[in-house]
Ligand binder design. Structure first.
Ligand code: HEC
Length: 236
């Protein structure tokens, strides 16, 4: 992932005991997902979206680790990040967390029972939609008061399709966003990858949609209901 802070490489999370996370306990896994801390208690960079994953409930985190444990171990050794000074100092991330983690936590649901609250859970937790759709300030923290109002692409350079991603759309119910999409349109786009004008999703949304296509129809409808319920915000 090429960003203004340097290049981040996604580590091996297969159960390989040497290069993966095969030696991790359940607690190690939950600390990483919720607190952004490694088993050695070092800070992870928030390129790993733990500011969002902290909003996943413990039952789901336990299921995730249990599932990861069933995958074949991979010996793939991933190179280190190549970051630009001063981001090479992990300890600075502690300050960043103190400033930003609580903000993302404020978006979580306390009780994901109704469809709208289930949608809030999926969007602010596992779906981490704000990681791309919410604008960031100069420190790379998401501006929660501009939640999902569209952003400059955080990644620099070329997207998976060989073109620069540029701007990521506003997905609030504003006319700058997807205000004229019905709940059915939103749910259908997350299933099929087509917007109401039958243009297909591009850039990094392609991978996201490949995953939302695997959700249940109820979960896609819940995301749509939640996106219709949030405050309409104009794009900057
Ligand atoms: C990795 C970054 C990323 C994440 C995470 C992400 N998106 Fe997107 N999304 C994009 C990009 C880039 C586009 C623009 C695609 C295009 O122009 O074809 C987009 C487009 C969209 C659109 C179409 C908006 C329009 O006006 O055309 C919707 C709806 C949408 N995303 C919903 C979501 C939801 C819901 C989630 C969370 C489940 C999500 N996105 C997570 C990057 C992301």
């Amino acid at each position: 992932m090429a960003t203004p802070f340097g290049v981040f490489r996604s580590p091996n999370i297969s159960p390989d005991p040497e290069v993966g996370i095969g030696n991790w306990s359940m607690l190690d896994f939950i600390n990483a997902m919720v607190l952004g801390l490694s088993p050695e208690l070092e800070h992870y960079y928030p390129a790993f979206p733990y500011p969002h994953y902290q909003n996943i409930n413990y039952d789901d985190l336990i299921d995730l680790k249990t599932y990861l444990d069933t995958l074949p171990p991979s010996p793939n050794q991933v190179a280190d990040h190549e970051l630009i000074f001063p981001y090479t100092f992990r300890r600075g991330v502690g300050l960043w967390k103190w400033r930003y983690l609580e903000r993302n936590k404020s978006l979580r649901t306390s009780d994901p029972k109704t469809p709208v609250e289930r949608g809030r859970y999926l969007v602010t937790g596992p779906g981490h939609c704000g990681a791309c759709h919410t604008p960031r300030d100069v420190f790379g923290g998401e501006m929660v008061d501009r939640f999902l109002a569209g952003a400059e692409s955080f990644e620099v350079g070329e997207g998976p399709e060989g073109e620069s991603e540029g701007r990521i759309p506003n997905i609030t119910p504003h006319s700058d966003g997807i205000g004229d999409w019905s709940e059915t349109d939103i749910a259908y786009s997350l299933e099929s990858g087509f917007d109401p004008d039958f243009d297909s999703f591009g850039g990094s949304m392609v991978e996201v949609q490949e995953n939302t296509a695997r959700l249940s129809a109820e979960d896609r409808a819940a995301i749509a209901a939640y996106l219709k319920s949030i405050p309409a915000r104009r794009s900057d």
